[in-house]
Design a protein around this ligand. Structure first.
Ligand code: ZN
Length: 409
């Protein structure tokens, strides 16, 4: 959320650009697993009753009501694909003094805090996240690939903050994109405005056009932190996804809908977290005294914008919590805010399943329970379609065929 400086892909990256060594798993996926479900949300808006999921290794191989023997009987739960959070800051933590320490991970304490964030996020039912604001994400990504429990992490590595002028030729912008790709980025994150109270455009249209065009040519997606006029500018530039988006007009949102641009507004968790933990943020870098003096207005603006966006036909609203220090593991609270702001429970679920997977370019791999997909499966005590607070009661988590949580009441 806060203003970020331009980060160079630096020393930390260099240390981790070697080939990934052999993963150390304490647990390997079983050869064959059968999960029984009485209520199964398929991630695409469908509900299946009294069926079974057959898993071989890390993948779902069949949906077969007659499959036997049953390995996990989840008939007391609602079963659905592991959630996808399109916008987190995975390494952002509170430091040894309890206060906001940002996303940098230069001490053992910070590294362990980031590992805790990853574990808490996975236990909360999020099996894939897109972390968009820190080169340190690569370290965590690497550790998880070696066996640390955590969600699958896609990362932007270092975001680019526009300078508010025409400094930086289109060719230099294109070079930045290529540098990010070499550093291991899955996505390019741009700050095209500071905030809703400082919504001036920080890139020229030519710069935005160059970045989003080059990203597309490099096979990367683009996420743009944007308020007001930047929403339209980024949409016209062909960028893939807008983060936040407040102050956009209905016309801007209709343009996004017709362009197929994804919107990831935050209805509530990020603000609720700032209110709850304001004393831990105030006075730390990026949060000067008085930083939250306008927070009531910001909360009202976010809720109103979510309602405004929800009313635009065809607009693809994906799930992103903007989880940072204090909200890792509570990502699902954002679902509750969104439903209170008018999202249907099913739309809220799909926004973090197949729609989020589509936005990540992974629609054929995650976000659905169907043959051929990763075995990312969670179970909730309760049915979110009738009681959204069920998202707080995650009782079963499988990621890539490995069970990380399986508790019974
Ligand atoms: Zn953010």
């Amino acid at each position: 959320m806060n203003e970020r400086r331009i980060l160079a892909a630096g020393v930390l990256l260099v240390a981790f650009t070697g080939p990934i060594s052999r993963p150390i798993h304490c647990q390997e996926p079983a050869a064959r697993v059968v999960i029984a479900a009485s209520t199964l949300l398929d991630g695409r808006g469908g509900v299946l009753r009294d069926t079974r999921i057959v898993i071989a290794g890390s993948r779902i191989v069949a949906i077969d009501p007659k499959a036997e023997p049953v390995t996990y009987d989840l008939r007391a739960l609602t079963v659905l694909p592991g959630w996808i959070d399109s916008h987190v800051h995975m390494t952002w933590h509170f430091g040894p003094d309890g206060k906001n320490a940002g996303a940098e991970m230069r001490t053992p304490f910070a590294a362990l805090a980031a590992a805790s964030n990853a574990w808490a996020t996975l236990m909360a039912g999020f099996t894939t996240v897109q972390s968009v604001g820190s080169a340190e994400d690569l370290l965590l990504h690497e550790s998880i690939s070696r066996g640390l429990p955590g969600p699958r992490i896609l990362t932007a590595v270092a975001p680019l903050l526009g300078r508010g002028d025409s400094t930086g030729t289109p060719e230099e912008m294109r070079a930045y994109v290529r540098t990010q790709k070499r550093a291991g980025a899955d996505v390019i994150k741009l700050f095209a405005t500071f905030s809703a109270v400082r919504p001036g455009l920080l890139f020229t249209q030519a710069q935005l056009d160059a970045i989003c065009d080059e990203a597309r040519k490099q096979g990367l997606r683009t996420l743009v932190h944007a308020y007001g006029e930047a929403v339209r500018a980024a949409t016209l530039a062909g960028c893939n996804q807008i983060e936040h988006g407040a102050l956009a007009t209905d016309d801007d949102l209709r343009l996004m809908a017709s362009s197929g641009t994804y919107l990831d507004p935050q209805a509530g968790l990020v603000w609720e977290n700032y209110v709850t933990n304001s004393d831990l943020f105030i006075g730390t870098p990026g949060y000067p005294t008085g930083a939250f003096s306008q927070i009531e207005a910001a909360i009202a603006r976010s809720h109103a914008f979510f309602r405004q966006a929800s009313a635009i036909p065809g607009l693809k609203i994906v799930f992103g919590s903007d989880a940072l220090a204090g909200s890792h593991g509570r990502n699902a609270e954002e679902f509750i805010h969104r439903v209170q702001d008018g999202a249907t429970p099913m739309a809220a679920m799909v926004s973090a399943n197949s729609l989020a997977a589509e936005a990540l370019g992974m629609a054929d791999r995650i976000g659905s329970i169907a043959a051929g997909f990763e075995a990312d499966i969670i179970g909730l005590d309760g049915n979110p379609l009738s009681d959204m607070t069920a998202v707080r009661r995650v009782r079963f988590v499988m990621k890539g065929g490995i069970v990380h949580l399986n508790v019974r009441n």
